[in-house]
Write a protein that binds this ligand. Structure first.
Ligand code: GLV
Ligand code: MN
Ligand code: MN
Length: 417
C-alpha cells in the first residue's frame, strides 16, 4: 500500500508561506506574492520554512551561497542522501506555488515519514536554493548552479541588482550567509516536484507529468545607446532612437519564432524594456532591455542566438545606435534520468494517477543537480491554463497532493536503493 500525505496540512503550509510578501494586484484585485531573492520578505519566508524544518526534527545547515539544507538521517550513516528541493524566492508578480510546492511538499513527505515511523536506508535532505528566479540578480538558478559547480562562488557574490546591491552583502544583511562550504555535497539522487506553469497537462485531462528534461535557455542584457532629442523638432532622419531599436529587435524575435527556421518550439521574450529619459516628448536616448530565448534543441538555440546577434549589428546601422550586449545566463537542453522517470511512472500508477511524459519549458534547480547526480522532476497541472509568474497561478489541493504523493513513493524507493 502506497503511503500518502496529509494534503490539508500541505495546502495550509503553502497558504501560510504565500502570505509572506503578499500584495494586492492593482488591476485584477488578486492577491499575489512578491518574495524577490534576498529581500526582507525572502528572509521572512526563509525563517518560517527553516523553523518548520527544525520542528520536523531535521538538522539544518546553510551554505556559502545561502542555500538551506535540512537532513533526516537514514539507517546507513555513510550512504549518500536523496535530495528533494526547489526554491521559495519568487518573481515580483508570483502566485503561491512556483517552487514552494517542491520545498513544502518535500517537508510534507518527511512529516509523513516521521508520523508513520518509516525509516529509510539513505538520509533525506530537503533543500531550498537561493535566487532560482534570476529576477533580481540577473541569472537564473543561482544557488543551485553555485552548489553544483556551474557558477563560481565569487562570481555569484559579485552579482548586483539594479540598485548596485550585491548578492554577498544581501546574504549577510538577511542573515543567510552560511558556513557550509560549496562542493562536498553529492547526493545519490535529486527529485523535484513543481507546478507545470503551462496549459498542457490540464488540457489533456492529466493529473501529473513525468518530466523528461528542460529546454535550453539563453538570456541577454542589452544597453542600446542613441541620442535623446526633442520629439517635435527633430526630423525623423536626424534621430538615433534607442526605443525604435529595441522595438525592432523585439519584433525580429517574434518573426524568428513564427518562421519555423529554428524548429516549432522556439520561444523569445523581451520582458524588461527601460527607456531613458522615459518622457512623452523626448526621443529615448538609451534603452536597457532583456532577451529570453528558449528552445528544446541545442543546435537550433545556437543558430537563433547567432542570428539575433547578427541582427543587433543590422539595427546599429539602420538606427544609428550602439548596442552593447552580454549573455546573462545560458543553460543547455537537459535530459532527466530515465530510471527515476520509470519509478515516478510506476509510483503514479500505484496511486491511480493519470500521467504522461512532458518537457519543461521553465528552468529549474533540478537541471543543475542533474550534472552531479541522477535527477528527475514531477509536474502537477495548474488551473487557468496553468498560468504562472502571475497572481492567478493556482493548483488545487488535489493536484498538489497527487504530485507529492507520487514524490513520496518515489522518494521512499530512491532512499532505499
Ligand atoms: C524560471 O522561472 C524560468 O525563467 O524558467
Ligand atoms: Mn520555479
Ligand atoms: Mn518561476
Amino acid at each position: 500500500m502506497a503511503q500518502t500525505i496529509d494534503s490539508k496540512r500541505l495546502y495550509g503550509a503553502l497558504q501560510e508561506l504565500g502570505d509572506i510578501g503578499s500584495y494586492t494586484d492593482a488591476t485584477t484585485g488578486l492577491v499575489g506574492v512578491n518574495r524577490l531573492a534576498l529581500t526582507d520578505s525572502d528572509r521572512d519566508g526563509r525563517r518560517l520554512v527553516t523553523g518548520w524544518f527544525k520542528e520536523a526534527g531535521l538538522s539544518v545547515s546553510i551554505d556559502a551561497i545561502g542555500n538551506v539544507y535540512a537532513r533526516r538521517d537514514g539507517t546507513d550513516a555513510d550512504a549518500a542522501p536523496v535530495m528533494m528541493g526547489s526554491h521559495i524566492d519568487s518573481v515580483p508578480t508570483a502566485g503561491k506555488f512556483d517552487g514552494c510546492l517542491g520545498v513544502l511538499g518535500a517537508l510534507e513527505a518527511v512529516r509523513t515519514l516521521n508520523e508513520k515511523n518509516i525509516t529509510t536506508k539513505r538520509p533525506i535532505v530537503i533543500a531550498f536554493f537561493t535566487d532560482e528566479e534570476g529576477c533580481r540578480f540577473g541569472t537564473d538558478m543561482l544557488g543551485s548552479a553555485v552548489a553544483t559547480g556551474r557558477i563560481p562562488l565569487d562570481e555569484a557574490y559579485a552579482k548586483c541588482d539594479r540598485d548596485g546591491i550585491s548578492v554577498k552583502s544581501e546574504l549577510e544583511r538577511i542573515g543567510f550567509l552560511g558556513e557550509e562550504p560549496i562542493g562536498p555535497l553529492k547526493p545519490h539522487a535529486y527529485l523535484e516536484c513543481h507546478i507545470e506553469q503551462g496549459p498542457l497537462l490540464k488540457s489533456k485531462d492529466l493529473d501529473l507529468g513525468v518530466v523528461t528534461g528542460v529546454q535550453a535557455i539563453c538570456w541577454h542584457e542589452l544597453l542600446i545607446k542613441g541620442r535623446s532629442a526633442h520629439a517635435g523638432t527633430t526630423p525623423m532622419s536626424f534621430r538615433k532612437d534607442a526605443g525604435v531599436a529595441s522595438a525592432k529587435i523585439n519584433l525580429r524575435m517574434r518573426e524568428m519564432t513564427a518562421s519555423g527556421d529554428y524548429g516549432p518550439d522556439m520561444r523569445a521574450t523581451m520582458g524588461a524594456i527601460r527607456p531613458t529619459p522615459d518622457m512623452i516628448n523626448v526621443v529615448p536616448g538609451t534603452v536597457t532591455c532583456t532577451v529570453d530565448l528558449r528552445n528544446p534543441d541545442d543546435d537550433a538555440m545556437k543558430r537563433q542566438e547567432e542570428d539575433l546577434i547578427a541582427f543587433y549589428k543590422e539595427v546599429e546601422k539602420e538606427e544609428g545606435v550602439s548596442i552593447e550586449w552580454k549573455r546573462a545566463a545560458q543553460t543547455p537542453r537537459i535530459r532527466f534520468n530515465e530510471s527515476i522517470q520509470e519509478t515516478i511512472s510506476r509510483s503514479a500508477d500505484d496511486l491511480g494517477i493519470k500521467h504522461e511524459r512532458i518537457l519543461s519549458g521553465a528552468g529549474h534547480d533540478a537541471q543543475e543537480w542533474s550534472h552531479l547526480c541522477k535527477s528527475a522532476m514531477i509536474f502537477v497541472p495548474g488551473e487557468y491554463d496553468g498560468i504562472s509568474h502571475n497572481p492567478r497561478e493556482l493548483s488545487t489541493e488535489k493536484q498538489c497532493a497527487d504530485g507529492i504523493n507520487t514524490a513520496l513513493t518515489t522518494l521512499i524507493a530512491l532512499a532505499n536503493e
